[in-house]
Design a protein around this ligand. Sequence first.
Ligand code: GRF
Length: 202
Amino acid sequence: MKNIAVLASGRGTNLQAIIENIENGTLKANLACVISDNKDAKALERARQHNIEAVYIDPGPKKTWLIPEVEQKYVQALKDRNVDLVCLAGFMRIIKTPLLEAFKGRILNIHPALLPSFPGLDVQRKALEYGVKFSGCTVHFVTADVDAGPIVTQAAVRVLDDDTPEILAERILKEEWRIYTEAINIVLSGKYRIEGRRVIRT
Ligand code: GRF
């Protein structure tokens, strides 16, 4: 069984889905630890409730990324636990070289829009205001360019006329919980190859 780690900064509903899918056998992985840059993250509490190691690593001085010395602590924590695949789930930091190099091609992220549309933050509101009729979610490999790595899988959801950003976010989340597990299973199985930007199942 391969080891995964989840990095999360907040409420952790994707983490919760991962935990439950491991427990019910849908997700074939061992969750080695949950790491957060926020000591009050609900995600850490969810981990503890399921007897999963919950690790807080002080993010240091910067708001949107970690200085190399700090990011190295994240790398060390992941290496110490023999993590094969790092899953970002609402981790509010831009990933830089130490982690990208140590886990090259082994970091996934979930994003609540159909990339390459609406990268960044507050994307359900942006999708709604833009007037798209479909939005959705994307699981992609993490590269140095934010929200731009090769796409493992996506799911589309309809945008309805009376949606608010919150209602749309809720509809997208239900798909996130499903496709993150699907994507992790694909990547852990190793049955894919990357051609250019394309992730092709083998
Ligand atoms: C999700 O919408 C995810 O796509 C985005 O951050 C949010 C995290 O939600 N990257 P949760 O903490 O998993 O509930």
